[in-house]
Design a binder for this molecule. Sequence first.
Ligand code: NAI
Length: 246
Amino acid sequence: MRKELEGQVALVTGGSRGIGLAIANALAEGGARVAIVARDGERSRRAADELAGEGHAGFSCDVSDPGRVREVVAEVEETVGAVSTLVNNAGITRDNILLRLRDEDWDDVIAVNLTAAFHMTRAVVRGMMKRREGVILNITSVVGLMGNAGQSNYAASKAGLVGFTKSVARELATRNVRCNALAPGFIDTDMTTELSEDQVRGLQERIPLGRLGEPEDVAGVARFLAGPSARYITGQTLAVDGGMVM
Ligand code: NAI
């Protein structure tokens, strides 16, 4: 039976672990060829080798380097194919209360979480517009919707992605390029392993479904948004958070 993403080429930034890897897996299971783009090229290649199906590849790229972003998109298009789905997933935290937040904590987080999404998107959309088909998924966060003490830099970057998503959706809709955002709640990955047991208990109390999410909880929704069942959805931010934000 034909899978719904067959013929698609998906580029997933930060796809070597955590939520990005789960999304890469889900898109591969849907039939897409996947390019995993992360800082550690060896790890990206190993992750790509383990995906279901054929034709995947891993690449090394620091997404905060605009020159390298342009190069890697060209490499992906040459070896895997023209990018039809872009997942801007790479993200970092540099948490601190506002008064202790250093300039570089602000700049690094904005560069990786927000500016890199702009550079990546700009590098792939020309082809999508020509082919009159494309999907862009930006991984934001419930923190971008609610705010969070100690994460003003991260929240600003993620809220920025929400505005970016809506604007790109409006700009490219006539070319059949859809752009949506996914806002995970608290998901069990390397990013959240530093939480203490007390913090996890406190969080669970605020999550109506009563548990932290798994990367696969987010990945299934990404597969849906990338596929034909979501063909009439654009400009949306979908929370995948066990009901934290309603
Ligand atoms: P993670 O720390 O496990 O993975 C982050 C990925 O981004 C890694 O593959 C890393 O190599 C890559 N990355 C970081 N900086 C990069 C750079 N400069 N260039 C290229 N790749 C880079 O984090 P996790 O939890 O999987 O997060 C993925 C996305 O989901 C992030 O955007 C994060 O902000 C977002 N998110 C995570 C939540 C969570 O609870 N884990 C909640 C809400 C959003």
